[in-house]
Design a protein around this ligand. Structure first.
Ligand SMILES: [Zn+2]
Length: 397
């Protein structure tokens, strides 16, 4: 684990402007940003960006948030260890994502997240809110993705309220399929409660999607994935979400979940309403091989980072690359400027969630920062240092 040294100043090229700056930190916050003449220094000049913000992480580096058959103590420690690994990847804030499971299982996951936040300040400061993805989803093969069919069901407010209570009010995002019985009323209630409602894992009609948006849904979860292998040419739920101007969209731009042409089209259509997510599962960052998971039985992680179901290699079993890798894929596929692509993984998700004080490098904001090298020729981003609330939690020389 990192030594967590206190940082008082950093120098580098600000990703938003390209200007060389000296950033002074005071405690956990950015105190002052001033111009800096890099010519005086012989070091390689690194880029400075806000720490990345990921709205969808299921697990990382072998640590799984959607554990079953584990003691509460094991769950809490798993969360703590996972947060450390996520921080090292350059993501300084994220939404742990709890997927479809039985009532008790989700209840325990929510409890563990609350207890981990109460016990460890770094966990509390890194977790923006919980993303509940399921169980109110489509049970059709394709839209269902790798969510266990036996636990998929219609929305029920009292059930959700118990999970929300035991999480300490931390559920800030819910992904729901609008076509389920009671979904529209549920969306209205969630939106009224200030929860970011997302459409996803759905086989909804055009009208059902419109009704969900009227009721307060504001985002599409990993648009283009969790879909049938074949769709009517039009209308279909992908066109309907693409064309709905009131919907932002998240995408998994890992090079496996969406063809580059689709990423380019979604980027052009959604423009500044697009956010990048990793949707990383616990196998992200692990060695290639065949693994057994509760999500989709046996899955195979290929050297390319593609994670597929052994029983049906056409179906993906989640994502296994970090958000910084998604940013570089996105730039490669769309030709988007570095600063804009970084914005889709920092300020835009922060705004969608309504979180202040992060996602921007500005005096007064939290000192959540990354330093990275960027190779313009192949777009590769190499995270060299991560600062979380004024402390260096990762560095690679
Ligand atoms: Zn999903």
């Amino acid at each position: 684990m990192s030594s967590e040294t206190v940082v008082t100043e950093i120098r580098g090229k600000l990703v938003t402007t390209g200007a060389s700056v000296l950033i002074e930190l005071e405690g956990k916050r950015i105190a002052k940003i001033s111009p800096f003449d890099h010519q005086e220094s012989n070091d390689e000049e690194l880029w400075i960006a806000p720490g990345l913000i990921d709205l969808q992480i299921n697990g990382y580096a072998g640590y799984d948030l959607n554990l079953s058959d584990s003691s509460m103590e094991e769950r809490i420690e798993t969360i703590r260890l996972m947060v450390d690994k996520v921080l090292e990847s350059g993501v300084t804030s994220f939404c742990p994502t709890i997927i479809t499971a039985g009532y008790e299982q989700i209840y325990d996951s929510m409890t563990a997240l609350r207890l981990a936040c109460e016990r460890y300040s770094v966990v509390d400061e890194t977790i923006l809110g919980i993303h509940l993805e399921g169980p109110y989803l489509s049970d059709q093969d394709g839209p269902r993705g790798a969510h266990p069919k036996e636990h998929i069901r219609d929305p029920e407010w009292t059930e959700f309220a118990k999970w929300q209570y035991v999480s300490g009010g931390r559920i800030r995002m819910v992904t729901i399929a609008p076509e389920r019985s009671g979904a529209i009323a549920m969306i209205r209630e969630l939106a009224r409660a200030g929860v970011l409602v997302c459409i996803g894992h759905t086989a909804a009609t055009h009208e059902e999607i419109a009704a969900a948006v009227d009721a307060g849904a504001r985002m599409s979860t990993h648009l283009g994935n969790a879909a049938h292998l074949q769709l009517p040419r039009h209308p279909n739920y992908i066109w309907s979400q693409l064309s709905e101007d009131r919907l932002s969209a998240s995408i998994i731009a890992d090079g496996h979940h969406l063809h580059p042409s689709v990423i380019k089209v979604i980027a052009r259509v959604k423009q500044d309403q697009l956010v990048l997510v990793s949707d990383a599962v616990h196998l992200a960052g692990m060695e290639p091989g065949i693994y057994r998971t509760h999500v989709g039985g046996e899955v195979e992680l290929l050297p390319s980072g593609r994670l597929q179901l052994v029983a049906n290699p056409l179906m993906l079993g989640g994502a296994a690359v970090s958000l910084s890798e998604c940013v570089q894929c996105f730039i490669r596929f769309t030709g988007t400027e570095l600063s804009e692509a970084i914005g889709m993984a920092t300020i835009k998700p922060a705004k969608l969630l309504g979180v202040q004080q992060i996602g921007v490098v500005e005096a007064g904001y939290w000192a959540d920062l990354i330093l990275f090298a960027w190779d313009k020729s192949d777009g590769s981003i190499s995270v060299r240092a991560v600062i979380k609330r004024g402390k260096q939690v990762y560095s690679k020389r």
